[in-house]
Ligand binder design. Structure first.
Ligand code: ZN
Length: 187
């Protein structure tokens, strides 16, 4: 934990996966895979490396998408991609990355904020999330353990994706029907 190499991505990029990602169709609610907790994975397995590359490829072709979890492409597993690069609300930005078996180890500064989800295309909702977050997980490919310290919008995206891996949607986290909104703009 005190090893500085352990903090941050250590220069990881999707190029390290060394396989081309394929764009997969995104599953929408109420598909059962979205409400099933995903099992832990072996981050070094070929299957998980391919899945990681597919998540990045699918995220990249989806406008406004800042994160995508394995259940959203129909795979029940604890793997997700995040990229909040260029988002106006982002403070700390780690770029594009994929984490396996991610866990929240510290969470503070809870605050409500609006969220959407490609798997719930017609709704948004106000969800309370930690504004400061420490997450541990493993990188696909090498399986190297990492600890990410982040905040603001990237922290929110991480919590949203970790929830997906546990079978939870933002709709499971809203305070009630009053905190759910019909999308006014269709992208
Ligand atoms: Zn989502």
């Amino acid at each position: 934990m005190s090893d500085p190499d352990y903090v941050g991505l250590g220069g990881w990029t999707p190029a390290e996966l060394a396989v081309p990602g394929e764009v997969r169709p995104v599953v929408t609610a109420p598909d059962g895979v979205l409400s099933r907790p995903g099992p832990e994975v072996d981050p070094t397995s070929d299957e998980v490396v391919r899945l990681a590359a597919d998540l990045v490829a699918t995220m990249r072709v989806s406008p406004g998408c800042v994160g995508l979890a394995a259940p959203q492409v129909g795979v029940s597993a604890q793997v997700f991609a995040v990229d909040v690069t260029g988002h106006p609300k982002a403070l700390t930005v780690h770029g594009v990355f994929v984490l396996c078996n991610a866990r929240v180890v510290e969470a503070s500064r809870w605050k409500a904020g609006r969220e959407g989800c490609m798997s719930v295309p017609d709704l948004t909702g106000d969800v309370k999330r930690a504004g400061r977050l420490v997450v541990e997980g493993a990188l696909p490919g090498s399986g190297r353990p990492v600890r990410l310290v982040t905040d603001g919008f990237e922290a929110r995206a991480l919590q949203h994706e970790i929830d997906h891996c546990a079978g939870l949607l933002f709709l499971d986290r809203v305070a009630g029907a009053h905190a759910v909104y019909q999308r006014k703009v269709y992208l």
